[in-house]
Structure formats: C-alpha cells, structure tokens
Design a protein around this ligand. Structure first.
Ligand code: M6R
Length: 357
C-alpha cells in the first residue's frame, strides 16, 4: 500500500534506508558477521571470471558491482547487457560463473542468456528481489534482495539493494579467500543507511533543484567519472523513463570527444563529484561545459566539496557512494516528472517486468 504517498516511487525511495538495514540483518549470522551460503562463495572463488548479465537499472547496479567485486574480492568481472550478450557472446574464460541481476526475476532477455549458458554447462547465480521467480528457480544459486515489493515501474530501492547485496557478496568472498579488507562493511553500510535518511529528509531541496534545472528543458546531461559515471547512467535512465526529458549519462572525460557539441546556453548538466582520485578531473569537465553556457548543477560529497556545489551529500566509504549519490538523482527525476504532470508510477510504453525478448 502506498498510504499517504502520492506515488509508489516516492515511497520506495524513502524505504531505502530501511531496506539497507534489513539487508545487513538478513546477511548477518548470530555473531553479527556477514555471511553467505558457502556454496555461493565457493562458486565465486572457483570462477576465474564473473559475468554479470542484466538489463536497464539492474545492468547499472551490475557496473557498480563489478567495481566492488574487483576491488574487494579481487575477482575479474565483465558486465553485459543481456539482449546483446545472448546473440553476441564474447570469448569466455575457462571457468566462468554467470551472475544474473534482476529485480523481478522474470526478464526475458536475461532468461534467454540463462538458458543458453546452462546449455553450455556453466554455473549460474541469480540476484533477485522475488523468491521463486523464474530466474531464481532456474539458476543454481540465488541471493535475495529483501527490498520488499517494488511497484513503481522506475526501479529505485531495488537498485540500491542490488548494490548492497553485491557489496556483501564481495566482502564475504574476500573473507573466505583470506583477502584483507580495510573496512567493516556492516559499519559502513550503517553509515550509508543514515546518509540515505539525510537525503530523503532533503526532498524540498531536490524539488527546488528540479524546478531550477529541469522545469522547461528538452534535454539534460549527467557527467561523472569512475563510480560516479555509472550512477550518471542510472540518473539519466530514471529521468528519461518517467519525465520524458531526453537525458544521457557520460563519462566526464568523453565529453570533448563529441558530446560537448550538444551543450548550448542553458543546457542542464548534473555533475557528480564523489570520487577523490578524479575530483580534480570532473571539476575540469564541469568548467568546460560551464564555459559553453551549460547550467551546471554539481552534487559532491562532504570532504570533496567546493563553494560552487549545489548540493553536498554526506560522506560515506568511497566504494559505496553509488548507494547514496543515486538518491538525489532519483528525487530529481521524481520531481521533474511530477511537475510535468506525468504518471510517475506508470510511464508510457513501459511495463514493470519485461517478459518479451
Ligand atoms: O526486473 P529486472 O531488474 O530484470 O528489470 C530490468 C529492467 O527492465 C528495469 O531495471 C528497467 O530498466 C527499470 N524500469 C528501470 O527503472
């Protein structure tokens, strides 16, 4: 039930702190240690390469998951869009493990890959929100998101839940393999949940930003580097999906290779700056578009902020920033759609589960 909320999407955005806390609990053992079925961590450890297969928002969380699994568990990962992978398979490693990320567990494009790789005899793991869904039943292993039903077509809490679960998978695999971690993930995810709450309590600010930057624009660009780039892809998908504003996410460094030609006087550009190593670079990219007339809205993280930034998100572990930097982008999309009178929960031409290829 959406209760007093005008739309499920807003309710589901607000549920993210709670879902993050529920995930921590669901994956803790009686001693408070994060734990995952040993068959799964064994399958991950034995694989020489992980292939993450997904669509849409789940593909975007897979991109973040790759960074987490590679940084924390030191396993090489490739991420593929299911509809491409199925007919255009890359050369596979000798001993791959396929990880399907799907909120619904019913996405036909992802299932087509699952069927194909099973025929080839490979091991499969599904990360899904729906126990008993097709992808969960048909894979060798399942990890659940514990996000509760997601009703709005635009995925929000499933995205952050997917990232949290992949972080836990990375952390537990590292532990099993004796790889040193320099942070306590339970503690860090707790900080994330609190930061999400701060952002959910700042709705008025994001509503103002949406009217300032997006009220009568035809297009919008999101720029970022490293993990911020992946979040930009997701922010752009959210905005176009529900507000019908043409939106694209770009790697900051790629702008000068073509995209910058699209920048006109007043074009909104949302720049994410939460990554220490590339903070200087993304700020340079923001200056480049500013000089060409863009209406730049920089969202940075505490500790990396400058005076021109429009919003500063609370500080969290640098690997986990997508869990919170996405929240302002979800809310910007929500308010932009609301102001345009769009049906936020049921955007045109879209279904919640895409069960055709
Ligand atoms: O249920 P799935 O996670 O497999 O769905 C994949 C995409 O169809 C889905 O994420 C879609 O992109 C969302 N509507 C995005 O908000």
């Amino acid at each position: 039930e959406k209760g007093t909320y005008p739309f499920y999407m807003l309710k589901e955005i607000d549920e993210q702190p709670l879902v993050t806390r529920k995930i921590i609990q669901a994956y803790q053992d009686i001693n408070g240690e994060l734990t995952i079925d040993s068959d799964i961590t064994k399958a991950v450890s034995e694989a020489d390469r992980l292939y993450i297969i997904a669509c849409g928002t789940s593909y975007h969380s897979g991109l973040v998951g790759k960074q987490l699994l590679e940084h924390i568990a030191k396993v090489p990962v490739e991420v593929h869009v299911a509809s491409e992978f199925v007919y255009n398979m890359p050369l596979l490693s000798k001993n791959p493990l396929f990880i399907f990320i799907s909120q619904s567990g019913e996405t036909a494009d992802s299932r087509a890959v699952l069927v194909k790789v099973k025929e080839l005899g490979y091991k499969t793991l599904t990360v899904t929100n729906v126990a008993g869904s097709t992808l969960s039943r048909e894979a060798d292993y399942t990890l659940l998101l514990h996000a509760g039903p997601e009703i709005a077509v635009a995925s929000t809490k499933a995205y952050t839940a997917q990232i949290a679960v992949l972080a836990i998978l990375a952390d537990v695999t590292a532990k099993v393999n004796g790889i040193e971690r320099n942070f306590d993930l339970v503690h860090e995810l707790g900080i994330v949940a609190n930061a999400m709450e701060v952002l959910c309590d700042s709705k008025e600010e994001f509503e103002k930003m949406a009217s300032e930057y997006l009220s009568d624009t035809r297009n919008c660009f999101f720029i970022g580097r490293a993990l911020d780039y992946y979040v930009c892809l997701e922010g752009a998908l959210k905005l176009k999906e529900i507000s019908y504003i043409q939106a694209e996410g770009f790697a900051g460094g790629e702008l000068k290779h073509g995209t910058i030609a699209l920048i006109e006087e007043g074009t909104p550009v949302v720049a994410l700056a939460t990554q220490n190593d590339v903070n200087w670079n993304i700020r340079g990219n923001a200056k480049e578009v500013l000089a060409r007339g863009a209406n730049v809205c920089t969202i940075s993280m505490k500790g990396l902020e400058t005076e021109e930034d429009r919003f500063v998100i609370p500080e969290v572990n640098e690997l986990l920033t997508p869990l919170i930097s996405v929240v302002p982008l979800q809310l910007l999309a929500y308010y932009a759609a609301l102001h345009r009178g769009c049906d936020v929960d049921k955007p045109r031409n879209l279904a919640k589960s895409v069960t055709v290829e």
